[in-house]
Design a protein around this ligand. Structure first.
Ligand SMILES: Cc1cc2nc3c(=O)[nH]c(=O)nc-3n(C[C@H](O)[C@H](O)[C@H](O)COP(=O)(O)OP(=O)(O)OC[C@H]3O[C@@H](n4cnc5c(N)ncnc54)[C@H](O)[C@@H]3O)c2cc1C
Length: 379
């Protein structure tokens, strides 16, 4: 859908932007930030498109204050599997609207969408970074950030640290900066080759994580960076996936409700640390509440995302993480999933029947399909 990439209109009074689904977050940021507007919710890569953001009801580092992407969608022009075209919204075809937000593309093709942008006077954020010594300290710091209404918060976790250091990492809190930065957009480098498999091993990842953790001085530090750099740190390294070699990697992301809190995340981390399989990319964030979509991922709680290089035992590890997530009333994020079981999926997404009822109405011949839908037996 990337070739449907035109911005159709923008009304500064209502802040309503109408665009085709292939428009990327990079394009929206570069076009509208200089005019004082911004997409209110953005995932961790600017290469994602508006269509993809709706279909996974994506969340950003500001979920506690802004919710997920679907909250800011005013209407969607949808091409149904029958060929009929409908404009759907909270007022018209509300069920279909809620099935399309986070609906993994299964309700039809999004042809255009109207999104309400937010005001943003400056192009930069003031970031406070500090070391966090343990999982308990992370939870205390995140809850404090929530109570203070901090705009953006995200934690990097050293998923190799064990014992008293389990869950140690770096917390980043950010707010809009006082002034814009006069700086060009970040430069991009490219990983030129697939790395040999032996490069990423528990020792090399452990060394990397230790150095990365200590890069922040004990007393913490503050810096002002371009919003683009803060939102999309990985986008400056093109084809970063090649670091995992030819066999690639799996990503796992789950959310656990606040009540499951620290004990649930601790169990996940203990299992991951025991496997010694994790990479250097492990992220902990807070989510503020449920999304509007029947299959929206967020719930109020903590979300943990990690990459695991593909190797023997990774499938088994992912199975254990699914069980722990399920036991704690959490759910796995479909956008990042390749291994979830159909039983686990049905238990984690309680509005699945409502979603299925909509598909039953609009797609009687079961035309819309995907590998994900088949594996999870969504239909
Ligand atoms: C580095 C990185 C960081 C990420 N960080 C986050 C994050 O912080 N938060 C988060 O929530 N997600 C995150 N993601 C996941 C990403 O935001 C989602 O997977 C998103 O849906 C990708 O959008 P895409 O445009 O690349 O779509 P694709 O990956 O091509 O498709 C994703 C889904 O959207 C559907 N779709 C796409 N276009 C249309 C259309 N026109 N009509 C109907 N359905 C359509 C597809 O069928 C598919 O189900 C991250 C991904 C990466 C690679």
């Amino acid at each position: 859908m990337r070739r449907l990439n035109r911005i159709i209109s923008f009304d500064p009074e209502t802040r309503e932007l109408v665009c085709e689904p292939g428009v990327t977050f990079h394009k929206l940021l570069r076009e509208y930030l200089p005019q004082g507007y911004c997409v209110p919710v953005s995932p961790g890569t600017g290469f994602a498109t508006v269509g993809g953001a709706i279909a996974n009801d994506v969340h950003g580092k500001n979920h506690d204050v802004a919710g997920s992407f679907g909250r800011h969608v005013v209407w969607i022009d949808l091409l149904l599997p029958t060929g009929e075209q409908r404009r759907i919204s909270r007022q018209r075809y509300a069920d279909l609207f809620r099935a399309t937000i986070g609906g993994a593309g299964l309700t039809g093709i999004i042809l255009a969408a109207c999104i309400r942008m937010s005001r943003r006077e400056v192009n930069a954020v003031r970031v406070r970074e500090r070391r966090i010594a343990s999982l308990e300290d992370f939870f205390t710091a995140f809850e404090q950030a929530r109570a203070d209404g901090v705009g953006y918060s995200v934690g990097w976790i050293d998923a190799m640290a064990r014992g008293a250091q389990l869950g140690r990492g770096i917390l980043e809190l950010a707010e809009p900066a006082a002034e814009s930065l006069d700086e060009p957009a970040p430069r991009r480098l490219r990983v030129p080759v697939d790395m040999p498999d032996f490069v990423l091993n528990p020792v090399s990842i452990g060394v990397f994580n230790t150095l990365y953790f200590h890069r922040i001085p004990r007393e913490g530090r503050e810096k002002t960076v371009l919003l683009e750099r803060f939102l999309y740190p990985l986008d400056t390294l093109l084809e970063w996936n090649r670091i995992y070699g030819r066999r690639g990697f799996y990503q796992f992301q789950c959310v656990l409700p606040n009540e499951a809190g620290i004990s649930g995340i601790r169990r996940l981390l203990e299992r991951i640390v025991r496997s010694r399989a994790a990479s250097f990319l492990a992220v902990l964030k807070t989510l503020g509440g449920e999304g509007e979509g029947y299959l929206s991922f967020p719930q109020r709680g903590y979300t943990l995302a990690l990459d695991f290089p593909c190797k023997a035992g990774t499938g088994e590890l992912l199975g254990s993480l699914e069980s722990i997530t399920r036991d704690h009333g959490g759910r796995v994020y479909l956008a990042k999933d390749a291994c979830l079981s159909p039983e686990g999926f049905a238990a984690m997404y309680p509005k699945l029947d409502l979603f299925r009822a909509v598909l039953h109405d609009i797609d009687t011949e079961s035309r819309m399909h995907s590998d994900l839908a088949r594996r999870l037996r969504i239909r």
